[in-house]
Design a protein around this ligand. Structure first.
Ligand code: HEM
Length: 546
């Protein structure tokens, strides 16, 4: 029936195009009328398809060539723009509710303008998508391209260049040997953070210190640049913070131009304009550091910049590609870590009984008068369970940050998914699904402790019931470094302090979703030292001797 409607519309279009009715003004007017009516009919027909206009358009454009398959259920949204509203604000909440109402938790289709999207809230289907070679690409995002990320790992098209970058990063930045080598740096920064928190005599926000610590950590690993946190407001650090914040904002904003090509040239949201301004500043900032390094005669450093500069053909990168890769590391490695620690501390304040158990474990494993080191972490089973429980309830990337793109036609959960479709996994919905987790809304780290008291559940991507770092070929390459940093810094802070509610504000767990999902009201705490200050000297000596 509907294919009959479409054939009729196409036949009418052809008649109009071949000039039927050319002649008098009246018939010209009639023709224009017919064109408008045909357009409206086409728009309605596309829009009426399950999943909305982008799916309808694809179906009717290809209706003779694609295999007959049942449509994926999903909302139509509005004509032309589809379900753009779903992606505004807390998209993970809205998508979960919509999937529930369409009984499409396993797989739901929707349209973002002309972009066809599928989303799953089910761990089995998530595995099918993330581990499939068909979904190894990322959808094109104008801001990512403007900000050079298409030449870095995250947005590079799936292929030789992307594989080369991942191999270089895996060998020189994320391998166990390199992570071990940077332990001393994390220790120094933990020490600075402790000293800063100790200075605070009244209530304070933790976010700025955490972001600063994280940025300092990445700047040292990548560029060998050391900043002292208590005298951090150097112009270099200030500028960097502004650049990262602006990049975060631009990449995290829903850009209408990505989904409505006819809208793109107007740049109504001014995203392109801001990206060009930002990329010029980033270029200036990073080029200065790279040039300074190139001018050095002696090999003084062993950081990621050195590694990239010393690469030989065929791996050698052009200056602009190198810049993109370095910028991505700073950018990706900074906020994710800080955001996760803020959620963990919020939960510690909200659940003093859980905090007390971590304190007990620290006292047992480390001892009150000793210094925490990363080698202690393997015995900190309860803390590991706490971190997992926070990742479950507050994954920094509830929709796994960046979506995937189908490179070729494929079948997902029995449905035909055409090449060019964007695929998302709603990890937030999976981790709060009562069919997947018992009492999912209750904060209970014990769920990760097995009978023999080891936290066995892996969050690294093998079990899609909780995979906050994604899974498959494009899984997060920084996950071990990120998790090591988070666990160690939380242990160091909790070893020194008891975190408490501040006098006025209770902890508010509301979220705001930008590129990552942060606390909408930044956490404000007061800290109570657990023992007298340990000398920073001891930290260094301890690490050198272990
Ligand atoms: C708590 C910390 C972190 C979380 C929760 C996190 C989460 C994620 C997620 C969900 C993805 C998408 C994975 C997928 O598509 O399957 C991702 C990708 C990525 N992450 Fe992380 N991440 C964290 C830390 C880091 C760090 C420290 C770095 C680097 C210094 C990093 C670099 C990247 C890069 C480069 C990608 C793109 C990978 C690709 O497309 O091949 N991440 N991350």
């Amino acid at each position: 029936m509907s294919s009959h409607i479409m054939s009729t519309i196409i036949a009418c279009y052809r008649r109009v195009e071949t000039g039927h009715g050319k002649g008098s003004d009246a018939s010209g007017h009639h023709m224009r009328h017919t064109v408008v009516r045909l357009r409206l009919m086409t728009i309605s027909l596309f829009w009426a398809h399950p999943g909305g206009p982008a799916w309808g358009k694809h179906k009717w454009r290809k209706f003779s060539s694609i295999p007959i398959s049942k449509p994926i259920p999903g909302p139509k949204g509005a004509p032309i723009i589809g379900s753009m509203k779903l992606m505004m604000g807390l998209a993970h909440h809205k998508i979960a509710a919509m999937a529930q109402s369409f009984q499409a938790k396993r797989l739901m289709a929707f349209s973002l303008g002309e972009t066809r999207v599928i989303v799953t809230c089910n761990p089995d289907v998530a595995k099918e998508i993330l581990n499939s070679s068909s979904f190894a690409d990322r959808p094109v995002k104008e801001s990512a391209y403007c900000l050079m990320f298409n030449r870095a790992i995250g947005f590079a098209p799936y292929g030789v260049y992307w594989r080369t970058l991942r191999r270089i990063a895996a060998t020189h930045l994320f391998c166990p040997k390199q992570i071990k080598a940077s332990e001393i740096l994390r220790l120094e920064i933990a020490n600075q953070m402790v000293a800063m928190f100790r200075e605070r005599k009244s209530d304070f926000h933790v976010r700025d210190s955490l972001k600063l610590a994280s940025l300092s950590n990445m700047m040292c690993s990548v560029f060998g640049r050391k900043y002292n946190m208590d005298s951090y407001n150097t112009s270099e650090m200030d500028e960097l913070r502004v650049l990262v914040d602006e990049g975060y904002e631009l990449l995290g904003t829903l850009n209408w131009s990505d989904h409505l090509p006819w809208f793109a040239e107007f740049d109504v949201q001014k995203i392109r304009f801001r990206c060009f301004k930002l990329v010029a500043r980033v270029n200036r900032f990073l080029r200065r550091i790279i040039d300074e390094r190139k001018a050095e005669t002696a090999m003084l450093h062993r950081d990621f910049l050195d590694v990239l500069l010393s690469l030989q053909e065929p791996d050698r990168l052009s200056d602009s590609d190198m810049l993109a890769v370095l910028w991505e590391m700073i950018f990706r490695g900074t906020d994710t870590v800080a955001i996760l620690i803020e959620w963990i501390l919020a939960r510690m304040v909200l659940h003093p009984n859980v905090q007390a158990k971590v304190h007990d474990e620290l006292d047992k494993v480390v001892g009150r008068s000793s210094v925490v080191t990363e080698s202690n972490m393997t015995q900190m089973v309860y803390l590991a369970a706490v971190v997992k429980e926070v990742l479950r309830l507050h994954p920094p990337g509830p929709l796994l940050s960046w979506a995937r793109l189908a490179i070729k036609d494929s079948v997902v959960d029995g449905y035909h998914v055409p090449a060019g479709t964007t695929a998302m996994v709603n990890m937030w919905a999976i981790t709060r699904d009562p069919e997947v987790w018992k009492d999912p809304l209750i904060f209970n780290p014990d769920r990760f402790l097995t009978k023999n008291c080891s936290a066995e559940f892996s969050v690294m991507g093998s079990d899609l019931r909780l995979a906050p770092f994604g899974s498959g070929r494009r899984t997060c390459p920084g996950k071990t470094l990120g998790l090591t940093t988070v666990t160690f810094w939380v242990a160091s802070l909790l070893h020194e302090f008891e975190f408490e509610h501040c006098s006025k504000n209770l902890v508010d767990l509301s979220e705001v979703l930008r590129l990552s999902c942060e606390m909408a009201s930044p956490l404000k705490v007061r800290v109570r030292p657990r023992h007298s200050p340990s000398s920073p000297q001891c930290y260094h000596q301890h690490v050198r001797h272990t």
